[in-house]
Design a protein around this ligand. Sequence first.
Ligand code: ZN
Length: 248
Amino acid sequence: MPRDPKAQDAPPLDLKLSPRQELACCLRLLAAEGYNENFAGHITWQPPGQSAMWCNPAGLWWNEVTASDVCLVGLNGDVVEGRWPVTEAIFIHTELHRRRPNARVIVHGHPYYATLLSAIPAPPVIGHQAGCVFDGEIGVVNEYDGAVNNADAGQHLADNVGAATGVILASHGALVMGDNVAMATFRAVSFERMCRMTVDLKKMGASAQAILPQFRKHNYEWLKTKGASQYWAGAVRQLVKDQPEVLS
Ligand SMILES: [Zn+2]
């Protein structure tokens, strides 16, 4: 059957979200995907052309954050707008935002399977096509050197992260980056899934078959352009239907 030329590529989100609403949705979606070691973890979003970052408040669990809880934080770590403090580890984010143009959104959390790999530490393997969204961009920071609660420690971490967008932090957890909220959320979901598959493959005593480079490259581009937006539209539609208070 010929394709209707007026047909859209995929169902749109059809909902205009403020930056606070967008980050609150991201937090709740990732909490439901395993980024929920009680109160731990933080996500920042520094839109292009803006120095201040949107960030979740310290102490609220990701699955209870609403849009009005989201804070605006300066690059020195001080809260500019918002009714709550943010994490003392904000310097994980400030220094990566400073030096990485493609890291507009930075997710840091302790999802179980990424944290399990961090205990070794070992990287996840790309054993499934969705993992290609990290093709050539998986990193491991092998040293654990405590809390990143000042700019010097943040710069040291950023040195070790390099150009990676999906990172295992030894004895700690995961860092996932993207150039917008949809991309970072989709990548974070895919990263934890990839870590889970890696752990299961190890338990099976098996190893993943490599995906050929030309297919990895094709998948990388498709997932970045279409996959992330299709994921985001569907995930937010369902979230807002089930938990409409997230937008308040
Ligand atoms: Zn952490």
